[in-house]
Design a binder for this molecule. Sequence first.
Ligand code: ATP
Length: 462
Amino acid sequence: MAEATSNSTKSMDAIVALCRRRGFIFQSSEIYGGIGGFWDYGPLGVLLKNNIRDVWWRDMVLTPPLGPDGKELDILGLDCSIISHPKVWEASGHVAGFADPMVDCKKCKARFRADQVSEATCPEKPSKRPGECGGELTEPRQFNLMFQTYHGAVFDEEHKTYLRPETAQGMFYNFKNVLDTSRVKVPFGLAQLGKGFRNEITPRNFIFRSREFEMMEVEFFVHPSEANQWYQFWRKARYDWWCKLGLAGQNLRLRDHEQDELAHYARDSGGCCDVEYAFPFSGEKGFSELEGIAYRSNFDLTQHQKTSGVGLEYFDQERNERYLPHVIEPAAGLTRGLLAVLCEAYTPDESRPSKVFMKFHPALAPVKAAVFPLVNKDGMPEIAEKLYHELRVRFVVELDVKQSIGKRYARMDEAGTPYCFTIDGQTLQDQTVTVRYRDTLQQERIAVDRVGAFLTEKIGSI
Ligand code: ATP
């Protein structure tokens, strides 16, 4: 069995190539030469992404974590429009300030995020870091990262709107709607996942920094006096969640922000940290952000109340007090999470024909099992097909009848399929099949009518 491999020795190029080769991720519009910062999820990629998404939704909305008092938290789901009233983005501060300060190199014309100059790469060779090509770097400048569009037939200022750069704001402007239509009381959360769009100046590192990506966000509304306690709660809960996905150990860490890194809304209240992962490209810094957990105070509700003129205060019956709740926001990247899961799973193994296999947790694996007839005759294909049809109503399974058995195993190793069942000569005599374990390469025989129960037991849940 292959040993766990440190991410720093994994080649990002090899991971990208496997994703392309096996249909996890394609460059968007590839036949036209691609378009920077946009990616398409192929047949395996969409299955994997949906599995991560479903675990998050289950763990945040359907069976949320237990709070400090041992009771399940109240968290309700939302699915808001991607385009909203443009005033939403004025209120949130995005129109004025949603921008990463950037610096330009006056010689090579490359543009870098001001906070990432120390780890960015100068495109002029042989220089490595920004400025080493001899160019002077400008002072940091602001650039708005929102994609603009227009609603309706008239393309004028009045009809200008934006594609949302985050899902959070829909939860703030629906805060009162939810209170008015459900029985929740503070503390409670709203959860939403979906697409976000940011016209990133330098999309890079495969899907890590894309212009269109997916996020998974919770806004957890609390009494101001309890905000710090809830911030600590979410800090731990979200770190533990990523561990549960299989990203534990030396590749994952929780990092508190320095004071000068804090976002505008968190500056006065304090409290912001990132769950970070050691991607193969994380370089000297060693880790890059997967999720931010921020104490946003009542910044957003205050802004929306002011801008819309609609009162958003909450009346707390138990306290007999009216207030704008404070918010703890765990904001994660689904597509970044997917990249972390891909990097973690990528396991070189020279002993295999594929030289590599994807060691996904069985519950996350896009395909749970493959069914192979050893040869395409002697009644084996019929048994394989029957087994495949029985299994596919409960699991994502593949039937593969082509090529040698070795090549079929190799394909499944690269897809990260944890179990392969082969129908062979012995099956015809004693109704058993071979099960081959992806991680250990062990093989054993089990009764063909036990395969469904075997998968249920082995895949389990995360
Ligand atoms: P970064 O510092 O990497 O730009 P951020 O701090 O601006 O990220 P948030 O606004 O906190 O990110 O967004 C929440 C999460 O959304 C991030 O933790 C990340 O996982 C994901 N995310 C943000 N921007 C992108 C992007 N351009 N591509 C893919 N995922 C992203």
